[in-house]
Design a protein around this ligand. Structure first.
Ligand SMILES: Cc1cc2nc3c(=O)[nH]c(=O)nc-3n(C[C@H](O)[C@H](O)[C@H](O)COP(=O)(O)OP(=O)(O)OC[C@H]3O[C@@H](n4cnc5c(N)ncnc54)[C@H](O)[C@@H]3O)c2cc1C
Length: 270
């Protein structure tokens, strides 16, 4: 049931930080709304104030520079797929983006909203984890930078506290050129949340795996060595992930499929 709430659309990042500082836990940030609006409709959240993060100048900025690829909080999943920099330098980011929902949802859904929502099923998290991305978190008192490896704190929980917003996502330049592929198991052939998702990236002999939809948070595994045989690699990934049973799949099914995907990715990602 939708009820009345105030809508604010700050025009600068400083104004946004001030507004969030004033309202703290009474408010919720709105990006694409593809998670927030269903949650408001279903009564999960009842904010008195909804603060739009897309309207300030530069919110939709996506640019590649010496630091790497930076994305503002209004950058959508389809912006990523349309970006030449993303496609050419970070193919695994696009592989994950391509698996997120439908074209229509991807037009609204933002990368920032996807990771702040912190669903275990987040399709963008495996890419940000494997590519060593950092979250620039802003508030009225300043800025802090948190690697995505330390960003997820539990099911639908992140390290953000009231008054803070995710201002920029930076994918470092050193990760550019990493080869990668994302395999996502779904209940149907069309778009769906994953039963399990495994991204593998390979750069300069270094392997990384990002696993979604298996544990309470998306997981980064960087313990697999280039010389490990497929069984050893699968064992190492499973040891870090500890899959759970839930409505979409059992622990055993997830364990089996993670093993299948790790072995397949090792032979496919050159
Ligand atoms: C039909 C459908 C299918 C979907 N399929 C998938 C799928 O296959 N894979 C998948 O991963 N997701 C899926 N989703 C979930 C959703 O689309 C994504 O998580 C999306 O990326 C969320 O982004 P958004 O911009 O819509 O976020 P919003 O809904 O606007 O926000 C999500 C949460 O993050 C907070 N927030 C947003 N931006 C910021 C910020 N910059 N700083 C601090 N807090 C912020 C909001 O307050 C809210 O709590 C699906 C959703 C729908 C409706």
């Amino acid at each position: 049931m939708v009820y009345e709430f105030r809508y604010l659309a700050p025009r600068t990042a400083t104004e946004l930080a001030t507004v969030l500082d004033d309202i703290k836990a009474d408010g919720r940030i709105l990006a694409g709304g593809t998670d927030l609006i269903p949650n408001i409709r279903n009564g999960v959240f009842k904010p008195r104030i909804v603060v739009d993060v897309k309207k300030f100048q530069g919110a939709d900025r996506m640019a590649f520079g010496s630091e790497g690829l930076s994305m503002g909080p209004a950058v959508t999943i389809n912006d990523v797929l349309r970006s030449k920099d993303a496609r050419e330098r970070y193919p695994s980011l696009c592989a994950c983006a391509h698996e997120l929902a439908s074209h229509q949802v991807r037009n609204r859904a933002t990368v920032a909203g996807n990771v702040v929502n912190a669903s275990p099923c987040s399709d963008m998290a495996p890419a940000l984890l494997c590519l060593g991305a950092r979250a620039v978190i802003r508030s009225a008192t300043g800025e802090r930078v948190v690697p995505f490896a330390n960003f997820f704190a539990g099911v639908k929980k992140t390290v953000l506290v009231p008054g803070e917003f995710l201002a920029t996502i930076i994918i470092p330049a050193e990760s550019a050129g990493a080869a990668g592929r994302y395999l996502k198991l779904k209940r149907i052939a069309g778009h769906d949340l994953g039963i399990v998702g495994v991204l593998m990236t390979r750069k300069d002999g270094e392997l990384r795996f990002g696993v979604s939809s298996a544990a309470p948070t998306p997981v980064l595994v960087d313990t697999v060595g280039a010389k490990d045989d497929p069984d050893e690699a699968a064992r190492k990934v499973l040891a870090s992930v500890s899959p759970i049973s839930d409505v979409r799949g059992t622990k055993e099914y997830r364990e089996h499929m993670i093993g299948v995907y790790v072995r397949r990715l090792l032979s496919e990602v050159e």
